[in-house]
Design a protein around this ligand. Structure first.
Ligand code: SF4
Ligand code: SF4
Length: 163
């Protein structure tokens, strides 16, 4: 009994391991896979080019992509096309990260947001507007009017992967 009381007494002065969620949020691990984010370039253009490789790679058939044509008057992303519809069904998603691996422009990324509750079935469909990250400082929202011939390349030049 004394040993039990000593354990209780000791724990009264220890730092608690629990936190006051949702007021306080715990930092996630670096490799945590949370809600997807559609990334932008620094100038505000969307990285997604509507190629649907993520949808093809998804083992749960959770992604739906529909592409439309970019013009220099109304440009959403570099290159010919952008994703005019991009949806992820979070009920289907198993957070495997295959979509992230398949994307040629590093547009879709599994972020650190784990607050994915919804009360209706429709709420599980995350649309392009919900997934797109905000425009950073110095960037402009899409669609943008761009200089003809400046953004013809859909996939940016990338460094060779390191071993
Ligand atoms: S994380 Fe996996 S299951 Fe979820 S959308 Fe991406 S590829 Fe599909
Ligand atoms: S997120 Fe990546 S793989 Fe998916 S449609 Fe956009 S560019 Fe293609």
């Amino acid at each position: 009994m004394l040993r039990g009381m000593w354990t209780t007494l000791k724990s009264m002065f220890e730092k608690p391991v629990t936190i006051q969620y949702p007021e306080e949020k715990r930092q996630v691990r670096t490799r945590f896979r949370g809600r997807h984010v559609l990334k932008r370039y620094d100038n505000g253009l969307e990285r997604c080019i509507g190629c649907a490789l993520c949808a093809a790679a998804c083992p749960a058939d959770a992604i739906f992509v529909e592409a439309s044509e970019n013009t220099d008057e109304a440009r959403f992303s570099p290159g010919e096309r952008y994703a005019s519809t991009y949806e992820i069904n979070m009920i289907r998603c198993i957070f495997c990260g295959y979509c992230e691996d398949a994307c040629p422009t590093e547009a879709i990324v599994l972020g650190d947001n784990y607050e994915l509750s919804f009360v209706e079935r429709n709420g599980s469909i995350y649309t392009r507007e919900m997934l797109l990250e905000p425009v950073s400082d110095g960037g402009a929202p899409t669609p943008q009017q761009t200089e003809p011939g400046k953004f013809t390349r859909s996939v940016p030049e990338m460094k060779d992967p390191q071993d």
